[in-house]
Design a binder for this molecule. Sequence first.
Ligand SMILES: Nc1ncnc2c1ncn2[C@@H]1O[C@H](COP(=O)(O)OP(=O)(O)OP(=O)(O)O)[C@@H](O)[C@H]1O
Ligand SMILES: [Mg+2]
Length: 236
Amino acid sequence: MALEIVDLEVGYSREVPILRGVNLCARDGLVTVVIGPNGAGKSTLLRAIYGYLRPSRGDILHEGRSIRGRTPHQMLDEGIALLLQGRSIFPAMTVEENLELGGWTIRRDRARLRQAFEEIYARFPVLKERRHDPAGALSGGQQRMLELARITMTRPRTLLLDEPSVGLMPKLVDEVYEEIAKLKEERFTILMVDQNVKKAIEIADYVYVLNLGENSHHGPVESFRDRLEDIVREWL
Ligand SMILES: Nc1ncnc2c1ncn2[C@@H]1O[C@H](COP(=O)(O)OP(=O)(O)OP(=O)(O)O)[C@@H](O)[C@H]1O
Ligand SMILES: [Mg+2]
């Protein structure tokens, strides 16, 4: 098990927990998708795993070790990367400079850094072409590619993706999902949240439904394909 969330209680203040005893596992090399209505606590879950929020109860295990209480800057060393909901590139910096920031923790290891660039540029040829352009000049889809590329510079093993396709037009949504599919082929462990439930389910191996900070249903994706419409209708 790459990631194990045990009875997690966490919120933005002590008095009001947002997640109220959530349990969840992300299996090694598979895609685990968390779905749920707006405000269910999906982003809160990813922020808590990444150390932005302090749990008041429960535990978070990565590859068998508790990472509860670790801070976000320790996460890359832990082999975990997070794609935040919303834009996170530095638009005035070049594409290459944005990638360098992703490789900050390995900056002294020139050989490793060079290899990271080679791998990233092989995977995202368009980023290589545009490497000297300001990141803000990329299209919305390309900016999302850059964000995905940046979080994989240090070769983390576990990726937390919050709304990777939000705000993109359908064609670009497909492109972003093609990239996520490639990451899946490369056996990254992926824990993902997306409003685009249909696309997310296509790529998922295992699905969790969160509602009001609690577990609702969960199971292998096959068990969801027929029930999905009913579940989404329940939220509406
Ligand atoms: N920074 C914050 N401070 C206080 N409360 C917050 C903060 N961020 C989120 N919340 C609250 O926590 C709850 C869960 O929010 P969260 O963003 O985790 O939901 P979500 O499932 O990601 O929703 P969405 O689908 O809209 O992204 C909501 O009630 C929200 O108002
Ligand atoms: Mg969210």
